[in-house]
Design a protein around this ligand. Sequence first.
Ligand code: 5GP
Ligand code: MN
Length: 339
Amino acid sequence: MNKQDINNIKQLLSSPKKIIIVPHKNPDGDAIGSSLGLLNYLLKGNHKAQVITPNDYPGFLKWMPNEVSILKHDSQTKQCDDLINEADIIFTLDFNAFHRTGNMEAVLTESKALKIMIDHHQSPDDYATYMYSDVSMSSTCEMIYNFIDMLGDLDLVDADIATCLYTGIMTDTGSFRFSSTTSTTHRIVANLIEKGANNAKIHDNIYDTNSYNKLQLLGCALNNLKVIPESRTAYITLSQDELNQYNYTKGDTEGVVNYGLSLDGIVLAAIFIEDKQEGIIKISLRSKGNFSVNDMSRTHFNGGGHINAAGGKSYSSLKDTVEKFISILPTYNKALNNE
Ligand code: 5GP
Ligand code: MN
């Protein structure tokens, strides 16, 4: 985003506008954090601003400032479509292509509103008038902080905005441990704490609010963990029956894939989760070093993401999907053993 873009956006936001903010489907901490951080900032400018998510999100995100105002497109479709069709500006956050919003793709594609993309995923589509896309960023929340800074409004960042942005930076960096976490990320996080983000409370709200069933499901997942030493790979499966047995609710499998990656010597981890309702196997891939799970997911699993964290899906059965994964691994053995 250059100086001219920023000046144009500043001009645009100098009078009240109807603004919609949209994150990706199955929003995570960074998607909700960036959306609510931006919402709370825009509301200070007297805009009519509204966050619309494609669908629901995990309970451990349902405490964030102004979270209760969020509309969900899948259950409030007419109301959401009307708001989108009336909007002057649509911010699209934490995704790189409209299809990442699921069933919102059509209404977003047809909308005449001016689009502003803020995102850190690879290969962004070219739909936005103003695009702030940077794959080196730890999180979209870090980018929202920079965006507010570029607009010269850091003094408007209050405890609510700081709380939202801290949450997304924390969740997308695996609590500040992934290599995307830079000294600048830490400086921003320090500023957010000074602005009123309560770091201990935020960690507690996100990570220490597990249900008993969620931990039991984690036990089941760890029991299913398999290792393929020659490919330095670990994978986990969870069938629909297993999810049902532990009363699965949204978010219960978040982060489980990382247990595979925590094994000594493992550089690629996968989890395959059966979703009978959607008729898919949801796949999450994680890696260490230069091994790109974004490439692997794009090539084989209808997905994408980042170099060390990507997702995708398969329309085959759980068994066939795992077999496919195992069958393609040898083509990656050289790269995996070079890490
Ligand atoms: P997760 O495995 O946690 O669902 O996602 C890891 C990363 O990959 C996130 O940045 C997420 O946005 C991205 N991702 C997840 N699923 C998909 C997908 O189906 N397509 C694409 N392009 N990216 C995905
Ligand atoms: Mn993100």
